[in-house]
Ligand binder design. Structure first.
Ligand code: ADP
Ligand code: ZN
Ligand code: ZN
Length: 739
């Protein structure tokens, strides 16, 4: 009998598997796909995941090395998760080993046990009493028994020293039969007996009920639903009531949210509603907690799993429903390494697990709307705010040839003054941090450029620094112009710091609160700002897109968008979609039943058709218009893209590499008879130099996914062998969201 050959996925960027012989003494039956093995790799030992067992290798038998150790008695990954990883690696054209590295908890990749941690607990034996005559001359044992008796659930072994209990005394008590030891799961989350609900559910309004009933009727199979509900329309209430149904059916729910929404409020809302075991997975959870939560979910010991992008890869024993909130949010797309889109993968996963998935947003992505139009997704709409609040009114304020004072026009200034005088709050939105986006010499035109990027540096006045927002480079601003030595250096344009400073002088009687990454980086500072805002006194909030998400500001009745033009001018075809989403999301923060909100948008393009649609007809009319423009231009979702990016330290190197890759692709298309694919480029990246590297890109655009993937399947292994592939940093982005 020839020995079986193990094909392993190793943490390597190479898109291939690696062959090994079984470790000594391990029976073949233990070698199931998914188990981890420690193997020699060059001079190192690394951990790989078994993908398949075959009978023959292309490597000569004499060169095959045996694996060193089998780490698992059973596969730590349930089969659906294993399949999802295979699908992901294939679709995103990524190394399978590296895909596992992104998808699995770090400690699992490092070889930690993949089973729940067990711990010994010391209990008083039935009927054991400290007054027992056998303890009359053993005061330490008597005290120890007394202490242990006070803990009805037992004392964890790891807490003995903290409670000043000596192991020797406990062993003696154990021998006397006065103690017993139990081994059980550590930190097991508990739920109380009885109802899943800790608070009553709100009676749903008609639209909520229609959405709820539609999804409830389909809870036992795969279907994708798009819940398009304006901000405050009660989407979360619909989620909660569906989750309740899932829990009643003995199943688990996976809830994905954008990083920024994971405030304590989100979790609090779930904890207030449910008597359930909730596992939380986001970026500030440590490795140990992440693995514990992952195992708990896999073993059915967590009822609700809430997390950000990567929580998509959490295994579930009894999956019942996936909810993905704010489905348009760009943070669902990973922009490094494995460039997956959690929304798209979540739909794939739901199909594989045969469960429904609910995508929610007030401003759905054009992709999802297109899928809803074509009948692939069920569309459910909530058009009214649950509390009965009025939708905000929009006003386009043409600022052509109007003087701006730190970004603020005269009419806007007046509107702000009126709002404050009426005892209400104002929200000023500006998507630029810092004081000014550039520093300019008024005499010679010198501009503060980042030495490492093709980008201007932002002036941060508070810290007296010029900072590059692309690579993090920072330096002191010069006192005089580095080119002409004159002293007339002026900040150009306005960021949040400058708007804040100006508002303080314009409205000295009102507090001005700035909310952006700089002002909220200290722990607790955001909570402090929110407390002030929620007190409800008139004030001005100024901030970036952090203001657009997650919070409700009921006392805000005026929202000012200082500059909407970036989204209308940009070369990126998605810029207008993003701008519209941002405007609607910011606007949605404002106003309550008694006080409808007003949104003033400053723009030089007051007649731009997309902006007119958005402000007069609403987001869905905008989306129709934007979709028809995309269709006419053959852009996604009416075509499919993949982007090969490269960067190198020398100019021209990245383009040379992409040129060769491009010729390979052209040859393959001819050989394989593939049509309907266009190769665009290579061209320099929109910002050619970044962090000292020269960047270029090659875009593939296809009418259909099939041929595009056939091409990539054959092409990527060839690209890997190009001589340039070692000196150039390169990556492939399937369905890129920024070009
Ligand atoms: P969304 O998730 O769409 O922004 P929420 O679910 O957070 O909306 O609801 C917004 C507000 O309306 C919340 O304060 C919520 O408690 C309230 N609400 C939601 N549904 C109802 C309902 N059916 N009846 C009364 N209030 C509701
Ligand atoms: Zn100068
Ligand atoms: Zn830079």
């Amino acid at each position: 009998m020839p020995r079986p050959i193990l094909r392993l996925a190793l943490p390597s960027p190479l898109r291939r598997l690696f062959d090994y012989l079984p470790p000594a003494g391990v029976p073949d039956a233990g070698l199931r796909p998914g188990v981890r093995l420690r193997v020699p790799f060059g001079r190192r030992e690394i951990i790989g995941i078994l993908v398949e067992v075959v009978s023959r290798s292309e490597v000569p038998e004499a060169k095959l090395k045996p694996a060193l150790e089998l780490l698992d008695a059973r596969s730590p990954l349930p089969s659906p998760l294993f399949k999802l990883c295979l699908w992901t690696a294939q679709y995103y054209q990524h190394s399978l080993g590296d895909t596992f590295s992104w998808a699995l908890p770090v400690l699992l990749r490092q070889g930690d046990p993949a089973e729940a941690r067990q711990e010994r607990f010391w209990h008083a034996a039935n009927g054991a009493r400290p007054e027992d005559p056998r303890l009359s001359r053993a005061p330490r044992q008597r005290d120890a028994l007394k202490t242990i008796s006070q803990h009805p659930h037992g004392v964890a072994h790891s807490l003995l020293s903290q409670l000043q209990l000596s192991k020797d005394s406990l062993d003696l008590l154990l021998q006397k039969g006065l103690l017993r030891v139990e081994t059980r799961r550590r930190h097991q989350a508990q739920r109380h007996q009885g109802s899943w609900l800790l608070q009553p559910e709100l009676p749903l309004n008609q639209q909520q009920r229609a959405a709820f009933e539609a999804i409830r009727a389909g809870l036992d199979g795969f279907q994708t639903y798009l819940l398009a509900g304006v901000t405050g329309s009660g989407k979360t209430e619909v989620y909660l009531q569906l989750i309740h149904q899932v829990l009643e059916a003995g199943k688990q729910a996976l809830v994905l949210i954008p990083e920024i929404n994971l405030g304590p409020q989100t979790l609090a809302r779930f904890e207030k509603r449910f008597n359930a075991r909730i596992a939380l997975l986001h970026s500030s959870v440590n490795d140990r907690e992440r693995l514990d939560a992952w195992i708990a979910a896999r073993d059915g010991e967590a009822d609700i799993i809430i997390g950000t992008r990567s929580a998509l890869f959490t295994p579930m024993k009894n999956p019942g429903l996936i909810i993905l909130d704010e489905e348009h949010d760009a943070s669902y797309k990973q922009q490094e390494g494995l460039r997956y889109h959690a929304r798209d993968l979540a739909v794939v996963r739901a199909r594989q697990e045969n469960i429904p998935i609910l995508l929610g947003s007030a401003t759905p992505s054009l992709e999802s709307l297109h899928n809803a139009h074509s009948g692939r997704y069920g569309l459910l709409k909530l058009t009214e705010r649950a509390g009965g609040a009025q939708p905000p009114r929009f006003l386009r304020l043409d600022i052509k040839s109007r003087p701006l004072d730190s970004g603020i026009s005269g009419p806007l200034h007046q509107a702000m003054a009126q709002t404050l005088a009426a005892g209400q709050q104002v929200l000023v939105f500006l998507n630029r941090r810092g004081f000014a986006p550039s520093l300019l010499c008024h005499d010679c035109g010198w501009i503060g450029q980042c030495p490492r990027c093709d980008a201007r540096m932002t002036l941060h006045q508070r810290h007296n620094e010029l900072r590059c927002h692309h690579c993090g480079h920072a330096e002191r601003p010069p006192h005089s112009c580095p080119d002409c030595a004159k002293l007339d250096l002026r900040p150009v344009g306005a960021g949040t710091e400058r708007a804040e400073e100006r508002l303080i002088t314009l409205f000295p009687d009102y507090p001005v609160l700035r909310i952006d990454r700089d002002s909220t980086s200290r722990k607790g500072s955001m909570a402090h700002l929110l407390t002030t805002i929620n007190r409800g006194e008139p004030c001005l909030l100024v901030g970036t897109q952090m203001l657009a998400k997650g919070h409700h500001f009921p006392r805000v009745t005026l929202v000012a968008i200082l500059d909407a033009d970036g989204g209308l001018f940009s070369a990126d075809f998605r810029a207008s979609e993003r701008m519209a989403q941002l405007i609607v999301q910011v606007a949605g923060r404002a106003g309550r039943a008694e006080e409808p909100g007003k949104v003033i948008i400053q723009t030089h393009l007051a007649d731009h058709p997309l902006l007119v649609q958005l402000t007069e007809q609403g987001y869905f009319a905008f989306a129709e218009q934007a979709l028809s423009e995309r269709r006419a231009a053959g852009l996604p979702p009416f075509s499919h893209l993949a982007l090969l990016r490269a960067e190198a330290t020398k100019p021209g190197q990245a383009e040379d590499f992409l040129d060769e890759a491009c010729s390979q692709a052209e040859q393959l298309m001819e050989q394989l008879g593939l049509t309907g694919i266009e190769l665009l480029g290579p061209v320099p990246a929109p910002m050619e130099r970044r962090a000292g590297r020269f960047r270029a890109q090659l875009l593939l655009q296809a009418n259909a996914r099939g041929p595009l993937h056939n091409l990539m399947n054959a092409w990527l292994p060839q690209v890997e062998t190009l001589p340039g592939s070692r000196s150039v940093r390169w990556s492939l982005d399937v369905d890129p969201i920024d070009l």
